[in-house]
Design a protein around this ligand. Structure first.
Ligand SMILES: *Cc1c(COP(=O)(O)O)cnc(C)c1O
Ligand code: SF4
Length: 311
């Protein structure tokens, strides 16, 4: 039996050996919507690089850790991460529609960390802390929940009087737009008293398509503010033209760039790292090429800091 990865490479007419493909405990995973955006025959395709497990992931580099952002320490409850003032992150789902090779959660034991009993405790804790005004659903990916589970969760959040804003961090609208909740979820959103923010995660303009554009239109109509975060990745988006194009294409789909993250130094992702001096000069170039509102904030996450740190 051929693996999904072997079938993909066959479909793309690429040789696994030439690509240095390697098995990984964080297995290959990608949705057909994302795969459709990959250019066949191109071993350097910027989307392929984000999902292809390669031998370089197994190299151990000093300074690259299992939990680089200190999330395991910041967990008062298994599914709640309260690091920043006024807002709390709820890990709503252990799954994603894609496995991004650079992800800092690649070693996170989330399968054992999240279940609905944990939500109950988390929601109770949020309800008791009126310094909180914003709940961020993250994961994994909150849009991998069933529509029923998601609706149940957002309605419980809406019922907490001191919560004003619901923010959803999801890569699903970009990498698997056909899986993103619409129907009853957007009906609920249209009538909800909450401020609603959807932060998608798109790293390269090729990830955007007619499907993502249509989906984003529906979310805007339902009252969501649309923002994007990207991760700066060597060989994927580490040049000013690509990043400028990304910002412009995002804007065309109604999305404003928010953060450009320096890579979290997680074990297995060293080959994606762009050094800080290069990162800063890239953003300097972006300032020359783009209106200010299309330049993302370059940030790095430092364990123990009370906010993301601008570079
Ligand atoms: C990034 C992050 C947030 C959100 O930070 P903003 O700067 O408001 O976007 C909140 N909680 C945690 C744990 C985070 O990592
Ligand atoms: S979708 Fe987000 S959380 Fe999931 S693997 Fe990719 S970067 Fe990590």
């Amino acid at each position: 039996m051929k693996t999904a990865l072997a079938r993909l490479l066959e479909h793309l007419e690429l040789d696994p050996q030439a690509l240095d493909v390697a098995e990984s405990p964080f297995p290959f995973k990608a949705h057909a919507d994302f795969i459709d955006q990959i250019q066949p025959g191109n071993p350097d395709d910027p989307l392929l690089k984000q999902i292809l497990p390669i031998r370089a992931e197994t190299f151990v580099h000093p300074g690259f850790k299992l939990d680089p952002v200190g999330d395991l320490q910041a967990n008062p409850l298994p599914s709640l991460i309260h690091k920043y003032h006024g807002r709390v992150l709820l890990m709503a789902s252990p799954r994603c529609d894609i496995h991004c090779r650079y992800c800092f959660r690649r070693h996170f034991p989330y399968e054992t960390q999240i279940n609905q009993r944990h939500w109950q405790q988390a929601l109770q804790q949020i309800g008791e802390d009126d310094s909180l005004h914003e709940v961020i659903l993250s994961g994994g990916d909150p849009f991998t929940l069933s529509e029923n589970a998601l609706l149940d969760l957002v309605k419980k959040i809406e019922a907490i009087p001191h919560i004003q804003t619901l923010r959803i961090h999801s890569r699903t609208p970009i990498v698997a737009p056909s899986n993103a909740p619409q129907g009853r979820f957007l009906e609920w959103a249209k009538c909800s008293r909450l401020n609603k923010v959807l932060v998608v995660h798109c790293n390269h303009p090729n990830e955007l398509s007619a499907k993502t554009a249509e989906l984003m239109q529906h979310y805007r109509t339902a009252g969501f503010h649309l923002l994007n975060q990207s991760v700066l990745l060597k060989g994927v988006n580490d040049n000013a033209e690509t990043l400028a194009d990304l910002s412009q294409q995002l804007f065309t789909q109604g999305i404003l760039p928010y953060y450009l993250h320096q890579l979290d130094r997680v074990q297995g992702a060293a080959h994606f790292e762009v050094d800080n001096a290069t990162a800063k000069s890239l953003v300097e170039n972006l300032r020359r090429l783009l209106p200010g509102y299309l330049v993302p904030k370059l940030v790095v996450e430092i364990a123990g800091e009370p906010h993301k740190t601008p570079l």
